[in-house]
Structure formats: C-alpha cells, structure tokens
Design a protein around this ligand. Structure first.
Ligand SMILES: [Zn+2]
Length: 171
C-alpha cells in the first residue's frame, strides 16, 4: 500500500519513497539497558516535570543514536504545543543544516486543553522524530517521507522499548 501523495512525487522521489517503504524494522542491540527509563518518563509526565522529561528523552535519544551509530541529536521538551488552523504540532525534527546537530522539539501539553500529553503518544512522538533522523543518517535517504515502512519503524522502536505494551488501541 502506498499513501495517496505518492502519485504526485517525481520519479526520483518515488525511489526514495520505495526505499523508505521497504524497511520495516530497526533492530536495537542491548535494548534492555534502556527499559528502566520508560517508567521514569511516564512518571515525569505524570508529575508534569518538564526538566526531568527532557533529561530522560535526551538519555533515550542518545541511547538510540549511539546504538545505531548515527550522529547525536539535540533535544528540547517544551510546554504547550503550537497550534493553528492545521492542528497541533506534536513534535518537530530539524536537520542540522548549519547547526552543530539536528534538533528534536517535543511538546508536553496539548494546545486545546493544556493537558499533559499521554505517555504513549509522547513516547511515540519522540520515536517518530528520531525515525526522521534515521532516514537521513542510518538509511542515507535524501528525504524523509511518512511511508507505511516509516510508521512500522516507529512501531518497531516503540515495541522494543515497551515490550509489554500490546494494547495500543486504548486512549
Ligand atoms: Zn513526521
């Protein structure tokens, strides 16, 4: 299955899309060392502790980039999600381009109700943005598309970090 925007891509872009779509898993060595940070992240969000959430996200991001031997990232956890007519921004990945490293921004609170984001969706957003980083630096793709393969890689990372979570549908 390809997403509908595929038909509007150039031949070169379609080749990038197909490469992205063909990779379904991101095997992580020594993943159990990162498991203790998962409940800590859930607790930091529950206590609305931005500093701690940021520190744990940095540890997780470094844990993933070092295991996958890709350049490290800068990471910021911010307060309320930016919102406009198009919706709310959950996370943002910015390429290094002139900076020392690529930057991921994550938001802790929804724009609408200013509620703290649910743990699973927060972690998924972190992994989603890291997947953009992997597209450029692990798979050497010139662009990073949201393909079915991309979302499978995001899920692959999620299930390695949260192996006991089989009930994704809730919340
Ligand atoms: Zn994205």
């Amino acid at each position: 299955m390809v997403f509908s925007y595929y038909n509007k891509l150039s031949a070169a872009q379609k080749r990038i899309y197909q490469k992205s779509d063909a990779i379904h898993e991101v095997p992580l060595p020594d993943i159990t060392a990162l498991h203790p940070f998962i409940p800590r992240l859930a607790s930091a969000l529950e206590h609305e502790d931005r500093d701690q959430a940021e520190e744990i996200c940095r540890t997780l991001a470094l844990g993933l980039t070092s295991r996958l031997k890709v350049p490290p990232l800068r990471l910021k956890v911010l307060a309320v999600r930016p919102a406009a007519g198009w919706g709310e921004l959950h996370g943002l990945y910015e390429l290094a381009e002139g900076r020392a490293s690529a930057v991921i921004s994550l938001w802790m609170r929804t724009a609408k109700h200013r509620r703290v984001v649910a743990f699973r969706s927060f972690l998924r957003t972190l992994l989603h943005e890291i997947c953009h980083h992997l597209d450029y630096h692990l798979y050497n793709l010139p662009d990073s598309y949201h393909t079915e393969g991309f979302y499978k890689r995001e899920s692959s990372l999620f299930h390695q970090l949260v192996p006991e979570d089989t009930d994704e549908g809730r919340r």
